[in-house]
Design a protein around this ligand. Structure first.
Ligand code: ADP
Length: 474
């Protein structure tokens, strides 16, 4: 592809040169010759007219002698480099500027026909067979008493006109060559601006196609080609990054699957080989059950995230009472709250508040937030859930007074598989996927979720949902 593009440009360039030459050799050549011929004919015609009106008519009126006129014509012959004749309508030569006067040997132009020029005042040819070469012949009638007495004919060889035409053409050829060489600048521009950057881009695409996403290349121009190169390099970086993320993701998943599996395997083997006596089975089977719970949670989380990635998140929005969902979710945690003596305090706006959202997914958001709040709260503490309505939105806050989140971890908690070091001891079952799923759900609703937390004092998660216009939804 690369070679042909350049070859095509060179071919175009050669075609341009060739046609330039053809145009100069044909059109320009013909036009110049035609122009010079007409110009010469005009000049000679003016001269012939003058002679016809002065010396020649004087001669016919016998007011001057043949010798005097001959002398005048000789002078003009040299000045014009042309052959001047005075000729009778019958074709008999009266005077020839190139020959001495010879009355005995009279010269007659056979077939002389003054109308041969058919409307024009000049003809090109051998003048009725008189000359051996091509001549430009201009003639002007000599009139006396409204009668044509003869003609003044001036001949000049076409060779002379062609020679000056050729020297003009040579200038055109030189100009053409100069223009052709100057247009090499376009070729240089093309090479620098298009061809070389394009080669770099093609090379980079080949590298990317062969899997080398970290290949780096630089195109410095700020035009469309530069933009294309920058976009390509950005695309490759993004792919490389997502490949790295993918690898990290798989590594994390494998790790998170391996640890519960190792512990399950360990306990089961210990039971089989008798290391754990049968009376202790219940305790260890419960541990095994917990580990399988963790694996189920992990698999479900991964499935949810996978669905988000492939289809975006499909929401099934309806209008529902948010207060009811909060009450139901809080009730689901009653058992664990009783165990830890944790009180969930609800401060909800109004009896009912309708929001326009996907109920199942919002339930999951509450479940994740409450689950975390309880997990990371100390015994005998309070968790507050508060709703506030403002400009057609409900702001929901889930606040605990637990261990809090270290400042450096605040940004990281939204990442998949992220679990802060502090939480590991307290939360053996956590997958690190909960907040990542929560944020995806809220973003899919076009809303935001934020966290405010102080280490050792507690955390507050706040998110918004759109208030529903009931009539519209029902
Ligand atoms: P998991 O599903 O394991 O709970 P999350 O994504 O929900 O994972 O949470 C990620 C990490 O964020 C937790 O391991 C914990 O370190 C921190 N975190 C989340 N909620 C709280 C909270 N209420 N208090 C303190 N730390 C929290």
């Amino acid at each position: 592809m690369r070679k042909t593009l350049y070859a095509k440009f060179i071919l175009g360039y050669i075609i341009f040169g060739f046609f330039g030459f053809v145009v100069v050799a044909t059109f320009v050549s013909n036009m110049t010759l035609e122009h010079l011929k007409r110009e010469k004919a005009d000049a000679l015609y003016a001269e012939a007219n003058l002679i016809a009106k002065t010396y020649a008519s004087d001669l016919y009126k016998s007011e001057t002698s043949l010798d005097t006129v001959k002398r005048q014509l000789d002078a003009l012959d040299t000045y014009l480099s042309a052959n001047i004749w005075i000729i009778n309508p019958s074709g008999r030569m009266v005077l020839d500027s190139s020959e001495p006067i010879n009355v005995e040997n009279e010269v007659v132009i056979e077939n002389f026909n003054p109308t041969a020029a058919s409307g024009s005042y000049y003809i090109v040819g051998n003048f009725f067979g008189y000359f051996d070469e091509q001549m430009l012949s201009v003639f002007s009638p000599i009139t006396n008493n409204f009668r044509v007495k003869g003609y003044v004919v001036i001949h000049t060889p076409m060779k002379a006109i062609e020679a000056s035409c050729n020297s003009l053409l040579n200038i055109s050829y030189i100009m053409l060559v100069i223009l052709f060489l100057l247009s090499l600048i376009i070729l240089i521009f093309f090479t620098e601006i298009v061809y070389l950057p394009l080669r770099k881009i093609t090379e980079a695409t080949e590298q990317y196609a062969s899997g080398n996403m970290h290949y780096e290349f630089q195109v410095d121009s700020e035009d469309e080609i530069g933009y294309l190169a920058a976009t390509l390099s950005y695309m490759a970086n993004e792919i490389a990054r997502s490949e790295d993320d993918q690898k990290k993701f798989v590594a994390n998943v494998s790790h998170d699957f391996r640890s519960p599996l190792t512990s399950i395997k360990g306990y089961l083997e210990a039971m089989l080989d008798g290391t754990i006596p049968p009376e202790m089975y219940e305790k260890y089977l419960n541990i095994v059950l917990n580990e399988t719970d963790r694996l189920t949670k992990l698999t479900n989380g991964l499935l949810t995230l996978n669905n988000i990635n492939t289809k975006g998140m499909l929401l099934d929005r309806t209008a529902f009472d948010l207060n009811q969902v909060i009450r139901d979710t809080a009730a689901a945690f009653e058992g664990i709250c009783r165990q830890k003596s944790i009180v969930i305090s609800l401060m909800l706006t109004g009896d009912v508040i309708y929001v326009h959202a996907d109920m199942g997914k919002i339930q999951q958001v509450f479940y994740n937030l409450l689950d975390n709040a309880i997990k990371f709260s100390h015994n005998d503490s309070i968790i507050k859930i508060e709703t506030n309505e403002k400009s057609n939105k409900v702001y929901i806050s889930v606040k605990d007074s637990g261990i809090g989140i270290p400042k450096d971890d605040l940004k990281l908690i939204w990442n998949r598989f992220y679990k802060s070091d502090a939480s590991r001891g307290k939360d053996k079952k956590g997958t690190g996927l909960g907040l990542s799923i929560t944020r995806e759900i809220i973003h899919a609703h076009g809303e935001h979720i934020n966290v405010i937390s102080t280490e050792g004092e507690g955390s507050e998660f706040v998110f918004s949902l759109p208030v529903s216009d009931l009539e519209e939804d029902e």
